[in-house]
Design a protein around this ligand. Structure first.
Ligand SMILES: *[C@@H]1O[C@H](CO)[C@@H](O)[C@H](O)[C@H]1NC(C)=O
Ligand SMILES: *[C@@H]1O[C@H](CO)[C@@H](O)[C@H](O)[C@H]1NC(C)=O
Length: 367
């Protein structure tokens, strides 16, 4: 009997204990949820806008207006109109100027690398305002870039084609919001076309490859000795070809220029020579281009292009990406060579205001 009673009272204690635990646990959960709720409402009230945090550090410097971006040197003396960012690229966030007397007011100062004197004597000499950032502008791969001792610890942001630059300059594809239909292609007059830039050396990798390829397939050449080509009809010229040789002057990672963008924008298949295919595929769909490295030699590439010329279904597969993405015309006039870079910096200036220093510019760029 005694044993039974003990058992009974034991199980009652156990039951009460479980009940108590349950109540404490439930209260605990409710309290935790309540605290979390209070915290979250406080946070959303107090959260500072990250893009303006810099101005809290510099309370004297208020930016109610558009940020002022000073172009210290016009790159290669190529000037454009102040409304060109808006007109050509729909970028309107900053106020651009080349008036050096506004130096102390400028949020950003764009410095074109190639124009810097070796002794830095043509850079701003006045002390730099605490809020100001200097932007290093260089669109040339290291092989074409002069080393300037003293350029370390000078700049805050890099403006370059490389993926690891602070501000990347590139003609990008955009997503189509609405899926495009079957792409219509412009009328084609030529199979393969090539434009020889005036600065391209005859012995460059690209031009040598062109000469080799021309032994095996007809190539329509624009520019160079032919006068039938002008920048204004660049897009007409490129769109009249089934394939356009998009050979970069220098082979360097991420160095993929508007030579790729042009054909993509007008419905022509680019035949690329530059960094490896995988690097192109960082930026554009792999089935939008033909890469010379996919072929053992120019002869087999020529044979492949001839086969595609004869097989319309296979050729059209190179345009399937156009359902999902769009490429856009880039400005082709000479004075717009740096438009994209400068306008991209302008846009960046509005969106990202964080503090930064590039300590080892050379180590970063030439490594
Ligand atoms: C091309 O020729 C120039 C001189 O004519 C020479 O300095 C350069 O090294 C050559 N480049 C190549 C890739 O052979
Ligand atoms: C910009 O870089 C300079 C030089 O390293 C540095 O002194 C300055 O504090 C930096 N400014 C900003 C806003 O990042």
């Amino acid at each position: 009997m005694a044993v039974k009673v003990t058992n009974l009272s034991n199980s009652t204690v156990t039951r009460c204990f479980h009940l108590l635990c349950g109540v404490i646990f439930t209260l605990g959960v409710l309290l935790t949820l309540y605290i979390a709720f209070i915290k979250s409402t406080q946070n959303s009230n107090c959260m500072p806008l990250p893009s303006y945090s810099r101005h809290q550090q510099n309370p004297g410097h208020k930016v109610a207006r558009k940020p002022l971006v000073l172009i210290w040197f016009w790159p290669e003396d190529l000037k454009f109109d102040w409304d060109d960012c808006k007109k050509h690229l729909n970028i309107d966030g900053c106020r651009l100027t080349d008036d050096r007397s506004l130096y102390l007011k400028a949020e950003e100062v764009i410095v074109f690398h190639d124009a810097i004197k070796g002794d830095l004597s043509n850079l701003p000499q006045l002390p730099r305002p605490g809020f100001q950032r200097w932007i290093w502008l260089n669109l040339q791969p290291p092989a074409n870039t002069r080393r300037i001792e003293g350029a370390d610890n000078l700049f805050n942001l890099s403006l370059n084609f490389r993926k690891d630059a602070d501000i990347q300059v590139r003609w990008e594809l955009t997503y189509n919001k609405i899926l495009g239909g079957a792409p219509s292609l412009p009328k084609k007059e030529h199979v393969v076309c090539y434009i020889k830039g005036d600065k391209v050396a005859d012995n460059s990798t690209g031009h040598s490859y062109y000469k080799e390829l021309a032994k095996h397939i007809d190539i329509k050449v624009f520019g160079g000795s032919s006068t039938a080509w002008l920048p204004n009809n660049y897009f007409d010229a490129v769109s009249s070809c089934k394939f356009q040789l998009a050979f970069e002057d220098l082979i360097y990672r991420d160095y993929i220029t508007e030579k790729l963008n042009g054909p993509l924008a007008v419905g022509t298949v680019p035949v690329v020579l530059g960094p490896p295919r995988i690097n192109y595929e960082d930026f554009v769909p792999g089935d939008s281009l033909v890469h010379v490295n996919d072929f053992p030699n120019a002869k087999s590439l020529a044979a492949f292009l001839k086969r595609l010329d004869a097989d319309d279904t296979a050729y059209r597969r190179y345009f399937q990406w156009r359902q999902y993405f769009s490429a856009h015309h880039h400005p082709v006039t000479d004075n717009h060579k740096y438009l994209k870079a400068i306008c991209t910096a302008c846009d960046f200036s509005v969106r990202k205001r964080d503090y930064r220093v590039i300590r080892y510019l050379h180590k970063w760029y030439f490594r």
